[in-house]
Design a protein around this ligand. Sequence first.
Ligand code: HPA
Length: 259
Amino acid sequence: MIGVIGGSGVYEIDGVVIKENKRISTPFGAPSDSYRIGEISGIEVAFLPRHGSPHHIAPHKINYRANIRGFKELGAERIISVNAVGGINPKLKPGSIVILNQIIDMTEGRASTFYDEEEIVHVDFTEPYCPELRAAILTAGKNAGIALKEDAAYICVNGPRLETAAEIRAFSLLGADVVGMTGMPEASLARELAICFSGIGVVTNYAAGISSNRLTTTEVVKTMAESAEAVKTLLERTFVSIPHARNCMCKDALANAKM
Ligand code: HPA
């Protein structure tokens, strides 16, 4: 089964016939919503809107542990996440779609590990996103004629406020291409459960100070809606491009990681 986490503006996937709406309770509490279980081209897919549906959970209030644990309980071995992001790299115009390949985590105060009780685990996070899933998304983009920027570094801020222009200048110097509020701890929690995880970023706006416009949530939602068709096509094509068996390091994330 493949999991999909939808961000702002992505509350369903066209083409997936939903067979079941499954509510899951986890030892970490309730996920953002029920999981929509469906099938596309014979592949089982579980979809979760991370902000709930309708959109009502702020980025810093999302129960990331429950969301990822819920996917594990469903048997998902892979998760593709979709994120609205601000473009820091001036080459990334609103409407650009990027495949995330690195993360800088600036979040604080989020429950960010499954291992804070007896067991002490340090998972390797050198490559935070699954290379096999990233390759599948890239292939899907090529097949569908959707232009993708391949290697975007994502900086995750706590929000919910947007950034200052100086923060964005600093993030640019640190090497970030895009900024968002929800990529962490989603990615590291998936790694802690040995689930392959990938991120598709939809650039919804120039980040603060990159253009002279004031940032608005309206702009984010509007650009996301305009990109929704391309994202859905990309997802559909990605599902069929993913190899059946996993050949990446994610599945062995817990080997030699426990104290
Ligand atoms: N900053 C942070 N998060 C975002 C942005 C942004 O500019 N755009 C979409 N999500």
